[in-house]
Every structure is written in C-alpha cells, then in structure tokens.
Design a protein around this ligand. Structure first.
Ligand SMILES: CC(C)(COP(=O)(O)OP(=O)(O)OC[C@H]1O[C@@H](n2cnc3c(N)ncnc32)[C@H](O)[C@@H]1OP(=O)(O)O)[C@@H](O)C(=O)NCCC(=O)NCCSC(=O)C[C@@H](O)CCCCCCCCCCCCC(=O)O
Length: 730
C-alpha cells in the first residue's frame, strides 16, 4: 500500500497502489502526502501526474478502515483533505489521469488536481451518500464550484456514477481519451508547465448560483425525504452544499467536516456500509460439496431464450437484451406473442432513449436483438433458456420436458418460479444438473435482485454461470437453496399475514402502510400487495385448498388447520379487486393500472362490516407495536431460514431484502436490523406475541434466535459460525 513515484522527463508520475481498487487508506494517504511533498520540493520536477495502479484511479477512502477509526483523534492526525490541499496549492501543475473509476474520495482527490484527463471508459462519482456519509474531503465544496449547484446537487445526493463522456460534458473532467489516460496526462502536464494555475484551482472559483438557490435546496430536501424515507445522509448532503453556497471555501470545508462527522458514527452509516460489504460477500457462494465461486467456471451466454411474454417475461427479455445478449422470445399463441412483442419493443425503445440521454449520444454498445416466435424449435441453439410462464407446476413440467428434447446438450434451463419446487421441475428433464431457479423481481429490467435457487442436482457450472449472468445483467445474484417460496417470499408471507390480521383487529390499510413507510419501506404491505396483484396469492391459496372450491366444507372462516387465517384478501379478490391492475384493491386507483393509491370508503365499510359480522373487538395498537408485530415475525422467519440452511448467512437474507423487497438500505436488512435493536428485544416480543396468539405459528421464536440470545447475542458476523455444517444445505 503506497504511492509510488517515477519520473518521465520533468514529470513526476505518482501511482496510487492499494489493490484491488486503490482505496485511499490512512497509510496510502500518508504515503501520498510524503511523495507529493517530495516532488513539489524537487527542482527537477516541473509537473505532476496522479494515477492509480492497474487502470483504476481510486475507489475512494478505504471503507474497511472506517470501523477501526476513532474520529476524534484520527481526523486531527491527518485526513484526505490535507492531501488534497497540498495537491491543489502546488505551484507545479498536477494532472489527474483517471482510468477505471474515481469514486468518492478518489474523485475528491482528482478535483483537487489542476487538470483531469479521463479514459473514455472511466466512471466517476461521489458515492458517499450510499454509504450513509457525505463527501468529506472537499467534494461538497469543489464540485458545485466546478459544475454548478444543480448538477452537483444531483450527483452528490444520489451518489450517481457517470461515464467519462458525461463527466466531460458536465465539466468534471477536461477531456477524454481512447488511448492511455496516463500518457495523455503526461503530455498535458509537459504542455502546461509554467502556465498560471490560479484559475485551475477549484477552491478559488466563485460559486455560480441560480437565483432561486434556496428553494432549489429546500425542494431537493423534500424530494429526497420522499425518495429515501428516513435516510439522513441525503438530507445532510444538501446542507453541505448549502454551506458551499453561503460560505467562503475554507469555512465551507470546516462545515463539511462537521457534517461528515455527524454521520460518520451513525447507525445508518454502519447499516449502509454493512449492506455494501454484504453484497460483495454473497457473490462468494459455496456449496457443501466444496464447489465455490472461485473453483467453478462460468460459461458465457451469447444467446438466451425467454418462454412466456407476460410482465415477467417481458422484463427478463429486456434485461438480457440490454446486456447485449441475443434473445429469442417464445409465446404459445399469436395474440400473446403480438402483445408481448409490442410491450418488449416499447420498453426497449424507452431504455434506448434513457441510455442515449445518459451517455449523451457518445457511441455506445447497442442492445442485443430480440426475435419473437411461436416456434419452440427456435430454442435449439440457445445457450440458456428462462421459462417465465405463470405459476403452475403441470405447465412448467410440460415445458421443461419439451426443452429437454429441443435444446442442445449443455444448454442451461432456468425457471422463473417465485416459489415452486425446482427439483420437481428438474426431474422431468434429461439434465437436472443444468436446471436452476432464476427468480427475477418485477419490473425485471429494473429490479436489482436475482434469487438464484439451487436445486439438489444443480451443478457448480450452472450456479456460477447464472451468478456471472446476474453481474452481466447489472443485478445482484444471491444463491439460496430450494424450499417453498425460497427466501424472499418465505419471509414476506408472515409479514403480510400479520398486516392483514391488524385489519381484522381494527386498523386500516392506510394506518399500517404509514407505519411501515415511516420506518423506511418504499411501500407499506397493502400498497405493495396492490402493486404486485392480489390475485397471485389468491390463486396459489386456491391451489393449496385454503380458499375457493377446493376448501373442505365446514372449514371455519378464520382458521385453517388449527392456525389463524384471514379470508380478507380472498374476499377482495372474489369482488374482483386485484389491486392496481383492476383499479381497486386495498385502495382505489384513478384508472385500471393507475398508480396513485387513494383511500377507498368501500374497503373501510367492508372491514367494519366484517368485524361486526365476526364480533371482533377492536384492539388498541400503538404505532410501535404495529411495527414490531409486522417485522419481528419476518425476522423470525429469517432465523428459521438460516436454521434450515436455505440461506448461507444473514447477509444473504439482507441483500435479498435490500434489493428486492424495498427494505430501507439505511437499516441494513432485516437481520442487521435485528442485531441493531438487540436480539433479546426481538425474542421477548415474539414470546409475548406468541403467548397471546398461539394459533399463529410464525410467532413462535426460532431455535437459532433463542440460542443466540442464550450465548449473549454475538455480533451478526459470528452468526454464520453458529449454523454449523449439518444444517447448512448450501
Ligand atoms: C470501486 C467499485 C466500482 C469496483 O467494483 P467491482 O465490481 O469492480 O469490484 P467490487 O465491488 O467487487 O470490489 C472489489 C473489492 O474491493 C473492495 N472495495 C471496493 N471499494 C472499496 C473501498 N472504497 N474501500 C475498501 N474496499 C473497497 C470490495 O469490498 C471488494 O473486496 P472484497 O474483498 O469485498 O471482494 C466498487 O467496489 C465500489 O463502488 N466501491 C465503493 C466506492 C465508494 O463508495 N467510495 C467512497 C468511499 S467513502 C469516501 O471516499 C469518503 C471520502 O469522502 C473521504 C472522507 C475523508 C473524511 C476524513 C475523516 C474520516 C475519518 C478517518 C477515516 C480514514 C480514512 C480517510 O480519511 O480517508
């Protein structure tokens, strides 16, 4: 870990070396400072170029060192800001050669240089907000001075990463090159020796403010509050930019530091940084047979097929095409094919437009083509097939049997089921080892999560191929084991049930949603159910004989097999209320397919009548209790999933929830949240709930939770070791 120097003519090239992303650890900063001071004093050096080793400028401050830092002492000792200051004040021109990435502190360092040259494929951004922080090394003061308040506000408060061609257009970098950015930077450095530098120092630039800057900042806070419910860092970023607007540079830097420190040790920052590393750790899957992400070799997918062009199939086809994969989309009848192809084409057109706007018409790789067909034989050359028909085991088995005979040997067969048995589907094929579950989330071309469901026979090749594909699709893949509903939906079920029980007990959909949305969820359980479609769960409950014609005569209305059951969602579906798709569900919508949920007097009246008919007494439940009543059973199910070896660690569950279920990232995920509030609290409340509701089995505390509390609630990173091999199926 160091900053290395070599001399090219009269130019000193300083290379940041700290693999894999040249993070600016405290040691790297000390080393950078020493080398910078050394070359500024060296009379033979006339200009300086700063770059990163292995084609990466820098991924920013070393996040791993944050938890080991005592901000009171360490910050006084030295900080990246001091390094930036030395670079900026240098009387010799300093040119940043940005290759790969310049993120967070990496970009802040580049902003302190007098010139910035970027490779055309480089990407830059101030991503700290996503780690629950703000740019703390001058980024909030320099970027608005360089590119103006509105553009800087957008980048800093969203953590957006922009490609070099956009960065040059915005004015973040001076020019881009398709050749070596370092060579170009050396060339520029030689050219500008002796030229005045004052106008190149961003700290000296006056800030250009739009006349309405105050309302711009205030409006941004309101918008961010809605978009990132309960998250502090986005709000504090705006305040740091306000300091840039109102204060001279030096005072702005002091304010930025003060605001940075207010976030640095917060629970939210810890949660976001945990979420960052959790995502990296789940990519490192392993199986009981010893196969893992390192040993298995993924196959490249050039041609993929999608079977079924409903909402999921459309999104999957778009997702593949966006990753430059050639797609064959198959439907069973002309009408469905036409409907599906129109939808896919329309989404692809929108996505192309977005891409062009984002990349500012810089030449970029085009999307893969999508061929629409009714002919199953067109699949014979596909490298991978994703079946995305509706949830019906018999239909899926029929399709997989056909795929077995049509697809080339070695083709991977995936099913986009959201909970059916992968092994049963694989059993009808000639290649169970090449069958796997790929559970996408709707809309599949936008949602980040891919639950990769390993069947009993799934080979390490198919696991690694699909995990690799998830990266290619810009998604986060998480390997889980095969069980009914897999991980995400298995945890969702008790959460939704608990929410519905609250309606029986006297609460309204609006009250329950409000509590969960204030907690930080993008949508409360009822708004979310309306979006997903109430009919999906209804059909599966009918299939299982819990409601509808298969229900045994004489079954009590509010119980099934001795367990509490609420028929409320079934009754809504019987009334044709399927959610947004029918214009009414738990809420009413302006039109069929409308998005704006409004209170529906029909629902309120219906709930009132239902309670009266069943003589249910209203219970007084506080907002805090609503939260615990809904979340703790979800967390409890998470512990049961770990106990059963369905997920290999708490991080896997958290990554699934953060990326697929709208869990607020600044709360880390359900398992991290449990560790933050304390396992004893979760256990005590579950015990109390279960005692009062013995007919709700999901309230019965899991053995793992009890065992962890008994052991004094070890930190989350130690839970995995408690699981032990015999239980772990992954
Ligand atoms: C960089 C990426 C885009 C690379 O993506 P890719 O897909 O290629 O690879 P991975 O994501 O799998 O990453 C590979 C590997 O690298 C690890 N890693 C990545 N980034 C960092 C990092 N910044 N620090 C440490 N480790 C990192 C990653 O974990 C993988 O390793 P693993 O073993 O897990 O496989 C992508 O990785 C990415 O987006 N990275 C994050 C970029 C980012 O958000 N950077 C901002 C960091 S925060 C920051 O820069 C703050 C600044 O404003 C400086 C503030 C200074 C304030 C002073 C007071 C602070 C108190 C004192 C603290 C001491 C530190 C200091 O002063 O600097």
């Amino acid at each position: 870990m160091a900053a290395l120097k070599h001399i090219v003519g009269s130019v000193a090239v300083i290379t940041i070396r700290n693999p894999p992303v040249n993070a600016l650890s405290p040691q790297v900063q000390v080393s950078l400072m020493e080398v910078l001071k050394d070359v500024t004093l060296d009379p033979s050096v006339k200009a300086i170029v700063l770059c990163g080793e292995n084609g990466k400028f820098s991924g920013g401050a070393d996040i791993r060192t944050f938890s080991k830092t005592d901000p009171k002492t360490d910050i006084k000792r030295m900080s990246l800001d001091d390094v930036n200051s030395v670079a900026e004040r240098s009387r010799k021109p300093v040119v940043a050669a940005v290759e790969g990435v310049a993120l967070g502190g990496g970009l802040e360092l580049a902003l302190a240089c007098h010139y910035r040259i970027a490779h055309v494929k480089a990407r830059v951004g101030l991503t700290e907000v996503l780690l629950g922080l703000l740019p703390g090394a001058g980024g909030t003061q320099r970027l608005p001075r360089l590119i103006g308040v509105p553009a800087a506000l957008d980048m800093i408060t969203t953590g957006k990463i922009v490609p070099a061609p956009v960065a040059v257009k915005l004015g973040i970098v001076d020019s881009v090159t398709e050749g070596s950015a370092v060579e170009e930077a050396i060339h520029l450095a030689q050219k500008v020796v002796g030229q005045p530098l004052e106008s190149r120092r961003i700290c000296s630039k006056p800030i250009q403010c739009p006349p309405n800057v105050d309302s711009l900042l205030n409006d941004a806070k309101v918008k961010l509050k809605k978009q990132f419910r309960g998250a502090e860092s986005h709000q504090v970023c705006v305040e740091a930019i306000r300091a840039a607007v109102q204060l001279p540079f030096a005072e702005g830097i002091v304010k930025e530091r003060e605001l940075f420190l207010s976030l640095f040790n917060s629970d939210q920052a810890k949660a976001c940084q945990y979420a960052f590393f959790a995502e990296r750790s789940v990519a490192k899957w392993t199986t009981p047979s010893g196969a893992n992400w390192k040993s298995a070799s993924p196959q490249t997918i050039r041609t993929a097929a999608v079977i079924g062009l409903g909402t999921m199939g459309q999104g999957i086809a778009v997702s593949l095409a966006k990753a430059q994969i050639q797609v064959i989309a198959v439907e069973q009848d002309e009408q469905q094919l036409e409907k599906g192809s129109k939808a896919v084409t329309a989404i692809l057109e929108r996505e192309t437009l977005k891409k062009q706007q984002f990349e500012l018409a810089h030449k970029s790789d085009s999307f893969g083509s999508v061929t629409f067909t009714l002919d199953f034989n067109a699949l014979k050359n596909a490298d991978l097939v994703i079946e995305a028909v509706y949830e019906n085991m018999a239909l899926k088995k029929e399709i997989f049997q056909r795929l077995s005979s049509i697809c080339k040997p070695g083709a991977f067969l995936c099913t986009n089921t959201s909970g059916l048995d992968i092994d049963e589907i694989a059993s009808v094929t000639d290649r169970p080892h090449l069958v796997i579950g790929t559970h996408f989330f709707s809309p599949a071309h936008l949602m980040k999560l891919l639950e990769v469901v390993r069947g009993y026979h799934s080979s390490s090749t198919i696991i690694s191929t699909v995990m690799n594909l998830s990266k290619v699709l810009n998604k986060v893949g998480v390997v889980v084991d095969n069980c009914p509903l897999f991980v995400g939906n298995r945890l969702l079920l008790p959460y939704i049930n608990q929410a519905v029980f609250l309606l029986e007990d006297g609460r309204t959909p609006e009250e329950v949603d409000q509590v969960l949305e204030e907690f930080g969820y993008a949508m409360g359980p009822f708004r979310m159910s309306d979006l997903a479609g109430l009919d999906i769960g209804w059909r599966s409950r009918m299939e299982f004989g819990l409601t509808g014609p298969k229900l045994l005569p004489g079954a009590p209305v509010r119980q099934r097999e001795g367990k509490r059951y609420s028929p409320l969602p079934d009754i809504l579906c019987e009334e044709g209320r399927f959610g947004q798709k029918s214009g009414k569900g738990w809420y009413q919508y302006e039109t069929v397919g409308g998005r704006n949920a409004a209170r529906d007097p029909w629902v309120h009246n219906f709930l009132h009548e239902y309670r009266r008919a069943h003589a249910i007494k209203q219970k007084n439940v506080s907002q805090g209790e609503i939260l615990e009543w809904c979340l703790y059973p979800l967390i409890n199910e998470g512990f049961k999933v770990l106990e059963d070896g369905i997920a290999s660690g708490p991080e896997d569950i958290d990554v699934i929830y953060n990326n697929g279920y709208g869990w607020p990232r600044h709360k880390g995920g359900p398992m991290f949240y449990a560790s933050m509030i304390g396992l004893p609290r979760v256990l005590v409340k579950l015990e109390e709930f279960y005692k009062n509701n013995p007919d709700i089995p999901s309230l019965k505390p899991s053995n793992l939770l009890k065992a962890l509390v008994k052991q004094g609630s070890p930190p989350l990173k130690e839970w995995r070791s408690q699981l032990g091999y015999p239980n772990s199926r992954l």
